[in-house]
Design a protein around this ligand. Structure first.
Ligand SMILES: Nc1nc2c(c(=O)[nH]1)N[C@H]1C(S)=C(S)[C@@H](COP(=O)(O)O)O[C@H]1N2
Ligand SMILES: [Mo]
Length: 251
């Protein structure tokens, strides 16, 4: 066995032990949340060790595409700003990109498309237990990051959406820079060769193919690079995370 393999094996064993210890103490611990958080961190690191950060989610063929891509969550944002942009066919839409970046930007859809395009047929898995297969076309998020140049202390990419889940509580989500630079992570504007329908997140939504449906923020309004989630929502990295869901929703 090479030194590297021996090292990996020892690390995996150590992580496995830590994960088991984590499960054990969840049932006993009175500070269950903290323990759960660290167990989740272990799962994420395990997954990254077992499958490298470049591993692709499975891609399908045209024949596999579902007849209907079931819309879920918000299907028609009712905020005044979104409604007026929608009535103008999103001609006045601009995606704001700011936070810890060297070159903040306000991009029209055409300017975004000019940064690059990728098409992929993937399976969407909702935490509720259903799946659909769809064909997505969009700009790799990596190309947008290259365009705005994240500062060295940028660790997470936060997606702010147009739709309110409760009064003045917009949907939001976040991923880390590694996931953001994954080749299948897209800002998508087309579904099944047609302009992205409003129900599925028009004019622009995230695809982050190795994670569950709630991570795929629809109705993107603003992308913010940050070093922590302090001051964003309740500080857990997403609307559903603020309501108890896991931040890392690996499939
Ligand atoms: N802005 C926003 N993004 C969202 C949601 C939402 O309600 N609002 N719902 C999430 C959930 S739970 C799922 S399963 C997917 C559904 O995407 P679809 O409507 O294209 O099926 O969007 C995710 N992104
Ligand atoms: Mo979902």
């Amino acid at each position: 066995m090479t030194d590297r393999r021996a090292f990996l094996r020892t690390s995996l064993l150590a992580l496995g032990g830590a994960a088991l210890a984590g499960c054990d103490s969840i049932s006993q611990s009175e500070t269950g949340t903290k323990v759960l958080e660290s167990a989740e961190g272990v799962t994420r690191r395990m997954q990254r060790l077992l499958s490298p950060s470049t591993a692709l989610a499975k891609e399908f063929t045209e024949a596999d595409i579902s007849a209907v891509f079931k819309p879920n969550g918000t299907t028609m944002p009712d905020t005044a700003l979104y409604q007026s942009l929608m009535k103008g066919g999103f001609a006045d839409y601009r995606l704001a990109v700011d936070g810890l970046v060297e070159r903040p930007a306000q991009l029209s859809l055409d300017a975004l498309k000019a940064l690059g395009t990728r098409t992929q047929i993937t399976r969407h898995d909702c935490v509720e237990g259903w799946s659909v297969i769809g064909k997505w076309t969009g700009t790799p998020l990596a190309a947008l990051l290259d365009h705005v140049a994240p500062k060295p202390d940028a660790r997470f990419v936060v997606f702010h959406c147009f739709d309110d889940m409760e009064e003045d509580t917009p949907y939001y989500e976040s991923i880390d820079i590694t996931e953001a630079r994954h080749p299948q992570t897209l800002l998508a504007w087309m579904l099944n060769d047609a302009v992205l329908p409003v129900a599925n997140g028009a004019p622009l939504r995230l695809r982050v193919e190795r994670q569950l449906g709630y991570k795929h923020a629809k109705y993107l309004r603003r992308i913010e690079l940050v070093s922590t989630f302090d001051g964003i929502g309740d500080g857990n990295g997403g609307y559903w995370e603020d309501n108890g869901y896991e931040w890392y929703a690996g499939i």
